[in-house]
Design a protein. Structure first.
Length: 166
């Protein structure tokens, strides 16, 4: 495992956002996976697959320079049908991200690598330091965690009354 202030901050950021996601997931059950506040909006299950699937895509590109099609990265098969299955998938994907992070020296985290310019993770640049890509993984997840919190609030589950907000 590589130890540096950058590694520590990236691990902390990824851990913090996952803690927030876990807090929302703890308030859900299998029947909630099909819920969306309005027609045309992504379901709760869809939000979870979006989080994990995008991380798979980003990691594959960062690690291997490989683009995984959206349909493939978001296909969790039977696991997508249960909350426990998606929790396991999210955990596996995050572990793969952390494992890859651990293979990189501090200098490698700051040395820009080519990225597809249209990707959110590219910061609209041709090349970006991997450290920024790891931060984008966390930022993307937090965006969807915020949506999930809003979904719960819409359903009457006030996040200001949750344990961590007490």
């Amino acid at each position: 495992m590589n130890e540096s202030p950058i590694h520590d901050r990236l691990r902390a950021r990824l851990s913090l956002v996952r803690k927030d996601l876990d807090e929302v997931i703890a308030r859900l059950n299998n029947d909630d996976l099909s819920f969306a506040p309005r027609e045309g909006m992504r379901t709760i299950g869809g939000q979870l697959t979006e989080i994990a699937g995008t991380e798979i895509q980003v990691l594959a590109y960062l690690r291997d320079g490989k683009h995984i099609p959206w349909e493939e990265s978001n296909d969790f098969g039977e696991r997508a049908k249960s909350l426990e299955g998606m929790k396991a998938a999210l955990s596996e994907v995050r572990q793969a991200t952390l494992d890859y992070l651990d293979t990189l020296a501090e200098e490698q985290l700051e040395d820009p690598v080519p990225m597809p310019k249209g990707w959110f993770e590219s910061l609209e640049s041709d090349a970006v330091p991997p450290s920024e890509v790891f931060r984008s993984i966390a930022q993307h997840e937090w965006y969807h965690v915020g949506q999930l919190v809003s979904y719960q609030w819409y359903r009457g589950d006030d996040p200001y009354k949750w344990q961590s907000h007490s």
